[in-house]
Design a protein around this ligand. Structure first.
Ligand code: CA
Length: 503
């Protein structure tokens, strides 16, 4: 087993595959001067104060004090470089068309009545206009699951879209378009089979016409609790409407469909310094295979691409796509500035414990999950795509906010890479978990679906794990397998991104 992983010829640091004791000769002439925790960096050369610390071939930061060859480098020892400018970025310079060939080009999915992406699950989605209805809806959903669902064996489940938005908010603020668009697009999620069911209170700011098209606003699709004569009537109305929708959904059947009908998302959370070596590059390889076969793959998390945005720009297919990428980055820079922080507000204490010194190092690893395909479109948070292929969907990096944004953009499955471990999951689409280290898989044997750790120990290649992940995506999307998060129903709340004021 190698002791260290060095990624790029220019790198003057490498990371420890396993914990290294002080005094160990890690390479010819390089002896560890401290105990070095797993995934943390060791200096391969002497670095003067102010000198560059280089990993992935990029400058992670500048040394605060002189660093000797063999020293442990952690987050306290370097200062952050300025982020790359988003003005005048070069686009189209790195368009890769030689992608790994997908071994399978179809999956078993649910076609939708209005076209668009196919479903991977057959679910009754119940949208809400405001948090005030959540208590009543949850009582009704419990009864629906007990009394109605057993009658409809072709329906996989019932998903209430409960959220904290809807009232007490500045609904006409410019940025209110983000949460409104998110909830509106969630209502039409491909896994919900075109069936609309919306529960409102009656006096809230997020009125039903903001969620549904005019033609869809009718008593077949909408229940207003203030129009119901008490609790029993509310529950009965909800049960009756759900029963009708479930009857229709129960007729849906999977069909063999081209991968161009599949739209999946990529996200990482609880990353460590191995994420960019093992899990994320494997996800990138699987993403390339999917794109090669015509599928749509989204990656996101603005603060985690910000420091590599020039690399993303070079993969944009047109000026229009590159300009939108720049606009999304500027918007987020200003959003952080308004909160008197910058991108260094990410990473987390766990990321740092996992060897990630700063956001530059985290970003270089995060970008790897996008593979090498050309970027055909950039989306604002929760927008629906108009193109197929690799798409950058700008969202916060927060796992529980990125998830709903990508769902609203139409993903029907998410691949989630982790180094530290999280039991994260989504009710509206299956989540496949990929871990970066063998120790993570050993610890969470029954939560991690794919282990990319053998890449670090030299027992597997990125292509091996990427291909394994590709097949897992096809099998889970086709309903032949469940991911662990789905099997245990580990569903996070839907946290809707609301950059607008609350009143
Ligand atoms: Ca994340």
């Amino acid at each position: 087993m190698p002791l260290l992983v060095k990624l790029h010829a220019k790198d003057n640091v490498a990371i420890a595959v396993a914990p290294i004791s002080a005094g160990t000769e890690v390479m010819d002439g390089i002896v560890a001067s401290h105990d070095i925790p797993q995934a943390h960096k060791i200096a391969l050369t002497d670095i003067p104060a102010g000198g560059e610390i280089i990993r992935y071939g990029v400058v992670l930061g500048y040394a605060i004090d002189p660093i000797q060859k063999g020293d442990w480098i952690n987050e306290t020892m370097l200062v952050l470089p300025t982020p790359p400018s988003v003005d005048n970025m070069e686009y189209g310079k790195n368009i890769v068309t030689d992608l790994p060939k997908a071994p399978v080009t179809t999956f078993e999915g649910y076609r939708n009545p209005n076209g668009g992406y196919a479903g991977t699950r057959n679910l009754l989605g119940i949208s809400t206009t405001v948090q005030c209805v959540t208590g009543v809806l949850n009582v009704a959903v419990k009864r629906m699951r007990e009394e109605l669902l057993p009658k409809y064996p072709n329906v996989d489940g019932i998903v209430p879209i409960n959220h904290a938005y809807g009232c007490g908010v500045a609904i006409n603020a410019p940025e209110a378009k983000v949460p409104i668009r998110t909830l509106r697009n969630l209502t039409k999620h491909p896994n919900f089979g075109g069936q609309l069911m919306v529960v409102g209170l009656g006096c809230e700011k997020l009125t039903v016409d903001k969620l549904l098209d005019e033609a869809d606003i009718n008593p077949e699709n909408v229940i207003i609790l203030q129009e119901q004569a008490g609790f029993d009537a509310m529950i009965q109305a909800l049960m009756d409407m759900a029963d009708k929708k479930l009857q229709i959904l129960n007729k849906r059947r999977r069909e063999t469909l081209p991968l161009s009908d599949l739209c999946i998302g990529m996200q990482c959370g609880g990353s460590d310094a191995f994420s960019g070596v093992t899990a994320n590059p494997s996800a990138g390889y699987a993403a390339d295979m999917l794109v090669q076969a015509g599928a749509t793959v989204m990656f996101s998390e603005v603060t985690e691409v910000r420091d590599g945005v020039h690399m993303i720009a070079e993969r944009c297919v047109s000026k229009e796509v590159c300009d939108k990428l720049a606009a999304e980055m500027r918007w987020y820079d200003n959003y952080l500035l308004a909160g008197q922080v910058d991108r260094s507000a990410n990473p987390t204490p766990g990321n740092k414990k996992g060897g990630l010194s700063n956001i530059v190092e985290k970003a270089m690893g995060s970008i790897a999950k996008s593979g090498t395909s050309p970027i055909v479109e950039v989306l604002s948070p929760a927008e629906r795509p108009s193109k197929k292929g690799l798409i950058y969907a700008a969202t916060p990096a927060s796992d529980i906010v990125c998830g709903p944004c990508q769902l609203a953009s139409g993903i029907t499955l998410q691949v989630f890479m982790t180094g530290r471990g999280t039991p994260y999951g989504l009710a509206a689409a299956p989540v496949i978990k990929v871990c970066s280290r063998n120790e993570m898989k050993a610890m969470w044997q029954d939560l991690i679906d794919i282990n990319a750790g053998p890449i670090a120990t030299g027992e597997a290649t990125i292509a091996d794990i990427g291909t394994e992940l590709f097949y897992k995506i096809i099998n889970v999307a086709s309903g032949r397998e469940k991911s662990f998060a789905e099997k245990y129903e580990l569903y996070n709340d839907l946290c809707i991104f609301n950059p607008a004021p609350i009143t």
